[in-house]
Design a protein around this ligand. Structure first.
Ligand code: 6CS
Length: 337
């Protein structure tokens, strides 16, 4: 894949072009998704704002999915300081086990804006539990980006755990997702994002879980027949920085980052909703895929099976896992339906 997004500046070469703003430094930002995705839209706006706020001194260079290798290569790169910023989500469990919190189903409210706002409030993102989960691994969490509801697709109409029995469903690579889908009766299998289209096409996986925009932009919907909205989970990603780099920045640059990530909370919520709505229209107009929306009663059957997986999270992650779960329960106590 070619580099998708750069400012026209003399990158790190020390060249001063007469009459042209020259970036003094470049921050590299690794994305788990391709151009046009929610993560790309976030990072592109971040890049523009940072460049403006630093009067052109900082150039943020985006590396969309595929340019740095696979998903875990992105996390290795930000931990090692080869890149300064990155998104982390479902595959991050091997690096930051506590991040699997958001792989649990039925822990967040149905209101996506409430979710976005509260996860980015000091109560959650600045909590010791969330900060130290990342800082213990040389990372700093800067923002949380909900990207829309996780939507199932299958080759068969699936409405109940009985329907899901034995279905080979692809999950991102983390224990909590595998446990959740085992609890539903499915046979979860983890496959790298870039290999998923052909795995679905060739029948190595019979089901998939993505926000709508990703089903569309990766073409997954073309090789599936049913799209099932169960509203069991939202896709949650964290923007992270290399800790040594972040802490070593001049205060003014750290303030620019903090101000920018604050500004982007509302921005990316609006963008993700728009992208997911538009892409659902594209999917329904360009394919015969059948849309199924589970009733509250149908959802409840999955919710009941998901409950014991909370304990698996605590057993896996320890005391901090319990702390994070308690925090989420308190934060959204009034918002759950
Ligand atoms: O399913 C995946 O692997 C990827 N899906 C999305 C929407 N973002 C990143 C994630 O790794």
């Amino acid at each position: 894949m070619r580099l998708q997004y750069t400012y026209p500046v003399a990158l790190g070469l020390g060249l001063a072009l007469a009459g042209t703003a020259t970036a003094q430094e470049t921050w590299r930002f690794g994305l788990e998704e391709i151009e046009g995705s929610v993560q790309y839209e976030y990072a592109a706006e971040f890049a523009e704002l940072v460049n403006e706020k630093t009067d052109g001194d900082v150039n943020v260079q985006l590396f969309p999915y595929g340019e740095l290798g696979g998903l875990t290569d992105i996390y290795d790169a930000v931990q090692a300081g080869a890149i300064q910023l990155a998104f982390g989500s479902g595959f991050l469990g091997g690096t930051v086990p506590e991040s699997q919190l958001f792989s649990l189903n039925f822990i967040l409210p149905q209101d996506e804006w409430v979710t976005t706002r509260k996860l980015n409030s000091d109560t959650f993102i600045e909590s010791d539990a969330w900060q130290n989960s990342f800082r213990d691994r040389g990372l700093v969490p800067l923002a949380i980006v909900p990207e829309g509801f996780q939507v199932w697709t299958f080759n068969e109409p699936i409405r109940t755990p009985e329907d899901m029995e034995g279905v080979q469903i692809r999950v991102m690579d983390n224990l909590l997702l595998r446990e959740t889908y085992r609890a539903y009766g499915a046979q979860p299998t983890s496959i790298e994002y870039g290999e998923l289209y052909s795995a679905l096409q060739q029948g190595q996986a019979e089901g998939n879980i993505q926000p709508v925009f990703a089903h569309e932009e990766m073409g997954f919907y073309e090789v599936q027949d049913y799209m099932v909205f169960a509203n069991q989970a939202q896709f949650i990603a964290t923007v992270m920085a290399n800790q040594d780099w972040y802490e070593g920045l001049p205060d003014t640059y750290r303030e620019v980052i903090d101000e920018t990530t604050d500004e982007l909370v509302r921005y990316i919520h609006d963008v993700q909703q728009e992208l997911n709505n538009e892409r659902l229209d594209t999917i329904t107009s360009e394919s015969d895929i059948e849309i199924i929306r589970l009733s509250n009663e149908e959802r409840a059957a999955f919710e009941e099976l998901a409950q014991p997986v909370r304990q698996v999270f605590v057993d896996e992650v320890g005391e901090r896992g319990q702390e994070l779960l308690d925090l989420i329960d308190q934060l959204f106590e009034e918002d759950r339906m």
